[in-house]
Design a protein. Sequence first.
Length: 204
Amino acid sequence: MKSFIVGSLLAAAVSAIPMPAPAPPGIPAASTAKTQLAALTVKAAYDDGNYNRDLFPHWETASGSCNTREFVLKRDGTNVVTNSACTATSGTWLSPYDGATWTAASDLDIDHMVPLKNAWISGANAWSTAKRTQFANDIDIPQLWAVTDNVNQEKSDKSPDVWKPPLKSFYCTYAKSWVHVKHSYALSITSAEKTALTSMLATC
């Protein structure tokens, strides 16, 4: 009986351990992010009125039969099971923006850390289709995140001076990732955006 109780307590303790937050590759150290932020061009965003999401071909094949969305769901989930088409049929996902845990892939969106329209008004309007495709499907930097769908929809194409993730504890990682993506693609930032990012990096 005693061993049963101890075993039950251990099982409860293990189940109470929080899931680790997903960490896409390439998130820089805070000091590196601050250096990268200082190197970004600061200027007003330019919206030429020609943005269309289809100008950024996305959810391209990432690995085997998996497109980019499916790849990120497998990468960022725990015990993810997929069918022959690479569709996630089960698993557990922790949304780092709001701390919510989900067991159905349909409750998740794959967020572009730097939204496609934000990229467009920050310099991507001058890119080739090939470069925009690379940006929209980049799994080598912290650009793609599996997050709660309605949180992603609330974010939409907003920059950090307008929208921040609900979890303040994620401000540091969010800002480091945003800066690194912009730095990787030589995208500009606005003055308000830089102020917000500086404040968020101060929480690191």
